[in-house]
Design a binder for this molecule. Structure first.
Ligand code: AMP
Ligand code: GLY
Length: 439
C-alpha cells in the first residue's frame, strides 16, 4: 500500500520510521515532513491545513492510507473531507475529535458517562463573576483552562486566588487565546503521577499500546515552565497491570462506547492523559491523536505491522493482534534550542547525527530540523527526540543508552533535561516494570 503521514514533528517521524518497516508499505510520503523524515519517506510540500491540496495529492498518488499526526486538522475535519472521496484515513471525524477540540465538551461527556475526572464547571466569557465564585468553592490550587485548542498553552495552574483572577482576566477579558477562550473550564487540582495511554480504535473494538510518561516541564525535577514535552519513556511502571485494567474498564471502554452511543463513533488513536490519584486513575485530558513525545517511545516497542494496524482501524475491522509489545523499554530525550519555551534562535548546524549507533538501539527522531545545502540545521524549539530502545529488562540501561546518544550530538545552545525516566526508577516500581516488559 501507499501511505501518507500528515505532520512534521517528532511524533510523525516516529510513525513514518515504523511505517517504513512494514513490508506492506510500498510508497511512503510525509506532508510536509522534516529533514529527518526525508530519510524514510518522500516529502510533499503541502501544509497540514491545505486539505484540498492534500486530498488531491492522495487521489493522484494512489494513497491507500493517510495517517494524520496533529490535532488541528483533525478538529477541523480533515477525516470527513478525505472520506467524502472514499479515501482511507486514520483519525477521528470532526465530531469525534471534539474530545480534544473542546475541553467543555470532554468534561460534560465524562459526566454523562460517569468517567472519573476532576470536579469542574464551564463558563462563557461573560460569566466572570460566576467563574470566580466557583474558584472560591474549590480549594487552591485551581486549574483554569481555555476550552479550545491553544497549542498546549491554554492550561493555567493557579496556586493563589490572585492568579485565578489574573488567569480569568487573561482569557475572558484580554481574550489572550482568541476564540479558543470562548468558554473556560475551571477544575480542581489533582495530585498524583501522570501517565498517557493510547487506544487504537476502529469505532467499536480497541486495543491499548504500552503506557508512557511525558515530562512537560523545562527543568529537571519537573520545575519551570510547561513545554510541548521534554522527553518520555515507556512502559511506565506507575500503571501497574491492575491499574491498566482499571483504565480500560473505567475510562477507555466507556469513552468509546459513549461516543458511539452519542452518534460519534471514535475511530483513530484516542490519547488519554491520566492522573493516577490516590482515588485511582482520573482523566486530565483527551487528545484525538498520538501524543508527542510519547509516540517516540511507544511506537518503537510496538511489535506489529503499524501500517496494517492503522489501516484495519480506519476500515472498521481492527486487527488487535498487530498491536503486540516487544519485551523492551524505550526512552526519548528531547534536545531543544536554548531559550525554549521562550524565544530561541534557529539555523544552527547539528553535528554528530551520523555517529548515532542504530545497531545499539539508538534512533533520532527529528522534530524541528531542516536541510540547508548538505547540512541539517535547527528549525524549531524542540529539535530532536534522541531515543534508545533497550531489550534488556532494564530501564536504567535504556536511560543511559539514550544519554550516550544525546552526548554524541551537538549544536550551538542545545538544551535537554538530564532526568528523563528517573521517576520510573523509584523504589517500588521495579516489579511493575518487569511485569510490563515481560508482558
Ligand atoms: P491538559 O492539556 O488538560 O492535559 O493540561 C496540561 C497539563 O496541565 C497536564 O498534563 C497536567 O500536568 C496539568 N493539569 C491539567 N489539569 C490538571 C488538574 N486538574 N490537576 C492537576 N494538573 C492538571
Ligand atoms: N505529550 C502531550 C501531548 O501530546 O499532548
Amino acid at each position: 500500500m501507499n501511505v501518507m503521514v500528515i505532520g512534521s514533528g517528532g511524533r510523525e517521524h516516529a510513525l513514518a520510521w515504523k511505517l517504513r518497516q512494514s513490508s506492506s508499505v510500498k510508497r511512503l510520503y510525509c506532508a510536509p515532513g522534516n529533514a529527518g523524515m526525508a530519510a524514510v519517506a518522500q516529502l510533499v510540500p503541502a501544509s497540514v491545513g491545505d486539505f484540498k491540496g492534500l486530498r488531491k495529492f492522495a487521489l493522484e498518488h494512489g494513497i491507500d492510507l493517510t495517517v494524520v499526526g496533529p490535532e488541528q486538522p483533525l478538529v477541523d475535519g480533515i477525516v470527513d473531507f478525505f472520506s467524502e472521496e472514499g479515501l482511507a484515513v486514520f483519525g477521528p471525524t470532526k465530531s469525534a475529535a471534539r474530545l480534544e477540540g473542546s475541553k467543555g465538551f470532554a468534561k460534560e461527556f465524562m459526566t454523562r458517562h460517569q468517567i472519573p475526572t476532576a470536579r469542574f464547571r464551564s463558563f462563557a466569557v461573560n460569566q466572570k463573576t460566576d467563574a470566580m465564585a466557583f474558584v472560591d468553592e474549590l480549594s487552591l490550587p485551581v486549574v483554569i483552562k481555555a476550552d479550545g485548542l491553544a497549542a498546549g498553552k491554554g492550561v493555567i495552574i493557579c496556586e493563589k486566588r490572585d492568579h485565578a483572577v489574573n488567569a480569568l482576566d487573561l482569557i475572558m477579558t484580554k481574550r489572550a487565546f482568541g476564540s479558543a477562550g470562548e468558554r473556560v473550564v475551571i477544575e480542581e487540582f489533582l495530585q498524583g503521577e501522570e501517565a498517557s495511554v493510547f487506544a487504537i480504535s476502529d469505532g467499536k473494538e480497541f486495543v491499548t499500546l504500552a503506557p508512557a510518561q511525558d515530562h512537560k516541564r523545562i527543568l529537571d525535577g519537573d520545575q519551570g515552565k510547561n513545554t510541548g514535552g521534554m522527553g518520555a519513556y515507556a512502559p511506565a511502571p506507575v500503571l501497574t497491570a491492575e491499574l491498566q485494567e482499571q483504565v480500560v474498564d473505567l475510562i477507555i471502554r466507556p469513552t468509546l462506547q459513549g461516543m458511539s452511543a452519542e452518534g460519534s463513533p471514535y475511530r483513530g488513536c484516542l490519547y488519554v492523559g491520566l492522573m493516577i490519584s490516590s482515588e485511582g486513575p482520573k482523566v486530565l485530558e483527551y487528545n484525538c491523536r498520538f501524543g508527542d513525545p510519547e509516540t517516540q517511545v511507544v511506537i518503537p516497542i510496538l511489535d506489529g505491522d503499524l501500517a496494517e494496524l492503522l489501516l484495519s482501524a480506519s476500515k472498521a475491522a481492527l486487527k488487535p493482534e498487530l498491536a503486540g509489545r516487544h519485551p523492551a523499554s524505550a526512552v526519548c530525550v528531547v534536545v531543544a534550542s536554548g531559550g525554549y519555551p521562550d524565544a530561541y534562535e534557529t539555523g544552527k548546524p547539528i553535528h554528530g547525527l551520523d555517529a548515532v549507533k542504530t545497531d545499539e538501539g539508538e534512533v533520532v527522531f527529528h522534530a524541528g530540523t531542516r536541510k540547508e545545502g548538505d547540512t541539517i540545521v535547527t528549525a524549531g524549539g524542540r529539535v530532536l527526540g534522541v531515543t534508545a530502545i533497550g531489550y534488556d529488562h532494564d530501564l536504567e540501561g535504556t536511560i543511559q543508552s539514550a544519554y550516550r546518544a544525546v552526548h554524541r550530538i551537538t549544536f550551538d545552545g542545545a538544551y535537554y533535561r538530564s532526568d528523563i525516566g528517573r521517576k520510573a526508577l523509584k523504589e517500588g516500581k521495579a516489579i511493575s516494570m518487569k511485569e510490563q516488559i515481560d508482558r
